[in-house]
Design a protein around this ligand. Sequence first.
Ligand SMILES: [Zn+2]
Length: 300
Amino acid sequence: MTEDGPCLGVDIGGTKVALRAEAGARCVAETVFAWQPRHSADRDLAQLAAHVGGLSERLAVPPRAVGVAVPATVGPDERVTAWPSRPEWTGTDLGAALRALLPGTPVAWADDGDLGALAEARAADCADLLYIGVGTGVGGGLVLRGDLCPGLGRGSFEIGHTVVDLGGPRCVCGRRGCLQAIASGPATLRHAARLRGSDVDYDALRQAWLDAAPWAVAALRRTCRALAAAATGVQELLHPRLLLIGGGFASGLPGLDALLTEHLAGLARPGHPPLTARPAALGGLSSLRGAVELARRTHA
Ligand SMILES: [Zn+2]
């Protein structure tokens, strides 16, 4: 570890891992690797350690800290509870494995949605920001007074599992009516298919949305209504000033932020101005940038 060394961010994904080192605000190294197809958690972690070690050795000055964005659900004992993309990791002592990546260098880790929010808040220069990413699931994070809420080691901000429809569709978590069960990319496509009467893939939905086809608009209205309900609940409790909407599914649908803003306005109550939704700025890079920011905030 070196006091003035760069900060290393690692974004662990289901199929690939991205690494980025920044010295000040300047990127000094960046790389991506794909997981080996036949894997176990131990082999994955060995592959991860080799890439982190390799990148670290290529730097002129060793990293002073590492921040890691993690997609898995992790319990209070730091063990992986669930990770649908790589179920072999279930039970892995993630905290110990990550701390062993670069012995002697401080390592911190957090949920990838939370770190996405941290990076988006920095990019938007907004200290009180709600970020929602809509993709295969619904994730996101909340930044209050410039810091993650609820905060490192205190659990992640699971907006996708807030209940917005009592008796609604079953979520992957087993509960009914979670935001994710209604507003995720796949859930929206399923609803669009019901409205159209035939299967709908993402490209078809996107084109029909651009053409203002009634079935596509209706499907996305339902999604935005659910997103607005969850965001309004957060606003009532914690008062973020801005909502950014990102993620692979939402970012390909121009104007979705305006539809969401319309639904937020529909849920406003007197004396409480509604949140405004805007598109997130960093796209798929938000959690990697957030991991670097986490490293920047991590000290020995
Ligand atoms: Zn759920």
